[in-house]
Design a protein around this ligand. Structure first.
Ligand code: MN
Length: 502
């Protein structure tokens, strides 16, 4: 008789082999013992965290090996079980994964601190294998779900780190499901007031729309059934709070955000998508300019669907997303554009997907073609490699980068190749202060990619920035108008006030 926690993991696994079930069971029993008497801040037995992490991994379609490593992920760090023991009990591969997660756990994000490695360097260098990253994401997701139990003073740092590192990484891997949940869990801890406002706004809007949406959905189903389309699934896609926050912050006012509550229609075949679109357009007038065929022209991250926005006839406007079950799975669990920033003096060479390649399991030789990827890799990662293989070299890479997670952070290089990450639109002054306060305080000019620029220039991802200093130079009050980092602002203010005292 298996216990219910173990069963809850096994039942999430997708057609597991007998050996996988045995492996997961063995790991489960092992950690029950190893974490005996060990509890979470919530008061729960520690094993709850491990079971939840394992369940998330199973739901993502990971294999028994990765799930077992997920169960074991805290034994080295928290229970002083040695890696040798893990290797002896569970083999080299699982020991390697547990080791990776342990190492990754030691890295703490410290904003733009110059000793902090850039996101990419950090995660690629340490995780080595994409499964390590995925275990860490699952671990973080459960920690975020239980963040309320963590001491207040730690909550904000952890939530910020989640927004700055983990959720963008999940997005980059195309795991939208994790990305969204991580964002929405972190949001209230990082931007408390905005969170409350958006929540209120959304509740009100939903209240206004609920009835018409319901009516619209019934009419749509009826119309589709009349045309013989019955093997479908419909659902509401409620926009994530954080993604709405970002949208409102950027440009649009709420009245213009039409995808607040979208109706999602899932069908079996691609051709059905176009049939559904035709039926809907014949009954409800579409809003011009909002019909998107992402099936014929997928988004750079691989997303496929038909989108349209229609007048429901009673004063409302609703977005409709139409896709196949397969396409939907992809968009939830991942197929993403993976880009690698190639470090180099030119500063302009982007190399696609080398980053992902470097993360793929390496247990079957050096050649990382599609065939050589071990069966432990879920389908979406194989798809990713297939996707990569199908891309002409250097196609639209800058576009991909723009749409990627890098749209919130940029990587800036010193002429020596040191890399720092900064918020978007940072200036050479921000860069200078990130390197050292002395350099910032004595800055007289700057070259970006070899050209002299003014100090208020907005830096772009991949710029190589050289800072010129003079011993007698001093910061100017004016700088405060355009610097982006609080670090630079703080130093400038401080130095200015020192100068006045003299
Ligand atoms: Mn953990």
């Amino acid at each position: 008789m298996k216990d219910s926690n173990l069963l809850s993991i096994l039942s999430q696994m997708q057609s597991p082999e007998r050996e996988e079930i045995e492996l997961v069971e063995r790991a489960y029993n092992y950690v029950l013992k190893a974490h005996e008497g060990h509890s979470r801040l919530s008061g729960d037995p520690y094993s709850v965290h491990l079971v939840e992490t394992a369940k998330i991994l199973a739901e993502l379609g990971m294999s028994g090996t990765t799930i077992a490593a997920g169960l074991l992920h805290d034994v080295v760090e928290d229970r002083e079980v040695t890696l040798e023991t893990i290797q002896k009990e569970f083999g080299k591969e699982i020991a390697f994964l547990v080791d990776g997660v342990t190492k990754l756990g030691k890295v703490k994000y410290r904003g733009t601190d110059r000793h902090n490695e850039s996101l990419r360097k950090l995660f690629v260098a340490i995780s080595q294998d994409i499964r390590v990253l995925i275990i860490k994401l699952a671990d973080r997701l459960h920690n975020m779900r239980t963040l309320a139990h963590v001491p207040k003073e730690k909550q904000e740092r952890i939530a910020t780190e989640t927004l700055e590192i983990y959720s963008p990484i999940a997005y980059r891997l195309g795991i939208r499901k994790l990305n969204r949940e991580l964002e929405d869990l972190a949001f209230p801890y990082v931007h408390k007031q905005a969170y409350e406002e958006i929540k209120k706004l959304l509740r009100q809007k939903h209240h206004e729309q609920a009835e018409t949406l319901e009516k619209f959905l019934r009419s749509v189903k009826k119309a589709l059934a009349k045309e013989g389309l019955v093997k479908i699934r419909t659902e509401y896609r409620v926009k994530g709070l954080f993604s709405l926050y970002k949208k409102l912050e950027h440009k649009e006012d709420l009245e213009k955000v039409y995808d607040l509550n979208a109706l999602r229609i899932l069908v079996e075949k691609t051709e059905d998508c176009y049939r559904v679109l035709g039926i809907i357009h014949s009954l409800w007038r579409p809003l011009p300019g909002r019909i998107k065929d992402y099936i014929a022209f997928p988004k750079t991250n691989g997303y496929q669907a038909l989108h349209t926005t229609v007048f429901t006839g009673d004063g409302n406007i609703v977005e409709v997303q139409i896709k196949t079950f397969d396409m939907h799975n992809h968009s939830e669990y991942g197929i993403a554009s993976h880009v690698e920033y190639k470090q180099g003096r030119s500063g302009r060479d982007y190399e696609t997907l080398a980053w992902v390649n470097s993360l793929l399991p390496k247990n079957e030789g050096q050649d990382l073609g599609i065939k050589s990827i071990s069966s432990d890799v879920p389908r979406w990662i194989k798809d990713l490699v297939a996707y990569q293989a199908s891309q002409p070299k250097n196609l639209n890479l800058k576009e991909q980068l723009k749409s990627d997670f890098l749209n919130r952070r940029i990587f800036i290089f010193s002429p020596k190749g040191d890399v720092v990450d900064l918020p978007v639109d940072s200036t050479p002054i921000d860069f200078a202060y990130t390197i050292h306060s002395y350099i910032g305080d004595h800055m007289v000019g700057s070259k970006v990619n070899g050209k002299l620029v003014s100090l208020d220039t907005s830096l772009k991802n991949g710029d190589i920035v050289e800072v010129m200093t003079k011993e007698k130079a001093k910061p100017s009050q004016k700088w405060l108008e355009f610097v982006k980092t609080s670090m630079a602002r703080r130093h400038i203010r401080h130095t200015l006030s020192q100068m006045r005292k003299v």
